[in-house]
Design a binder for this molecule. Structure first.
Ligand code: NAD
Length: 296
């Protein structure tokens, strides 16, 4: 069993670290927030006095932080303290450039590293059912896989350094756009006198079928487990969807890709957030779509 340093014990990192403890690993963790440290301690994580203390003597280091600037800062601090031969895994969702900068820090110190952002949300983190999208060398991926398998059920090697982050933002751009598409279809159906169930029964088995419709339907009724049945409590908050769409737009600009629907989707979720709905599940965007009609 490995000794694992875990930095960032928030909504995702807390339960992920707890699953590593359950799997029999020794986990030394650190977070800036006391409540997160206390919750992790109750789950069997040994709390260290700092990020540097948490990684000393670790075979594997996992970071689960808010954004690229946090990952760059923390990796700059910890990499010089990490033991030779250890593996660094960043599971945060960050820009591709920061992911590659973090890999470069590790490489310079002779350490293996993997970018491994996740999909599956807090439920997936608690249930150890996350999907990990990984970027890094074959050797680093092979070392990371048995650790990630204790926190998730699908571990995909997407390519070289930064490929995990690239896969994550491309996937979430599809998701953000498709949720607006499904919401527009339901809003139009309402105006046309077509019931939610009738549209669902047709489209869920026809060419309009997609995850946003069949697994995460934005109207209550057809998919009982979707946040629409629970007042749009997240799930996956609008603020996080907006973060990912912004990352996809930054990447599109930097790479010279045209993503006009991705750009429009970012604007639509930004307006929803500015109206005070950043904490709502992103499928609540249907309410914003309905409001647009009344403003016409
Ligand atoms: P969170 O804000 O709950 O947790 C982040 C934690 O990092 C916080 O507890 C914060 O105190 C800690 N932190 C920040 N700087 C630190 C530092 N220098 N040293 C130690 N700790 C530090 O966020 P989260 O929901 O757990 O998300 C983490 C990452 O996972 C983000 O990149 C997010 O985009 C991604 N993600 C989140 C979800 C989700 O549903 N919440 C889903 C997929 C991916």
């Amino acid at each position: 069993m490995a000794t694992i340093g875990f930095i960032g014990l928030g909504n995702m990192g807390g339960p992920m670290a707890a699953n590593l403890v359950k799997a029999g690993h020794t986990v030394k963790g650190f977070d800036l927030v006391e409540a997160s440290r206390e919750a992790a301690k109750a789950d069997g994580v040994t709390i260290a006095a700092s990020a540097v203390e948490a990684v000393k003597g670790a075979d594997v280091v996992v970071t689960m932080l808010p954004a690229g600037k946090h990952v760059r800062a923390v990796w700059t601090e910890i990499v010089p303290q990490v033991a030779k031969g250890a593996l660094l895994i960043d599971c945060s969702t960050v820009d591709v450039e920061s992911a590659r900068a973090a890999h470069a820090l590790a490489a310079k110190a002779g350490l293996k590293s993997v970018d491994a952002p996740v999909s599956g949300g807090v439920g997936g983190a608690k249930g150890a059912t996350l999907t990990f999208m990984c970027g890094g060398s074959n050797e680093a991926f092979a070392a990371a896989k048995p650790i990630l398998e204790k926190m998730g059920k699908r571990i995909v090697h997407c390519g070289d350094n930064g490929a995990g982050q690239a896969a994550k933002i491309c996937n979430n751009m599809i998701l953000g756009i498709s949720m607006i598409g499904v919401s527009e279809a339901f809003a139009l159906a309402e105006k046309l006198g077509l019931s939610h169930q009738a549209l669902f029964d047709v489209s869920s088995t026809a060419s309009g079928q997609c995850w946003s419709l069949t697994s995460y339907c934005p109207v209550p009724g057809p998919v009982p487990a979707s946040p629409a049945n629970n007042g749009y409590k997240p799930g996956f908050a609008t603020a996080l969807m907006l973060k990912d769409l912004r990352l996809s737009q930054e990447a599109a600009k930097a790479a010279g890709a045209a993503t006009p629907l991705g750009e429009h989707a970012e604007q639509i979720y930004a307006a929803f957030e500015a109206a005070g709905h950043g904490g709502d599940d992103f499928s609540g965007i249907i309410n914003h779509v309905r409001d647009l009609a009344t403003k016409k």
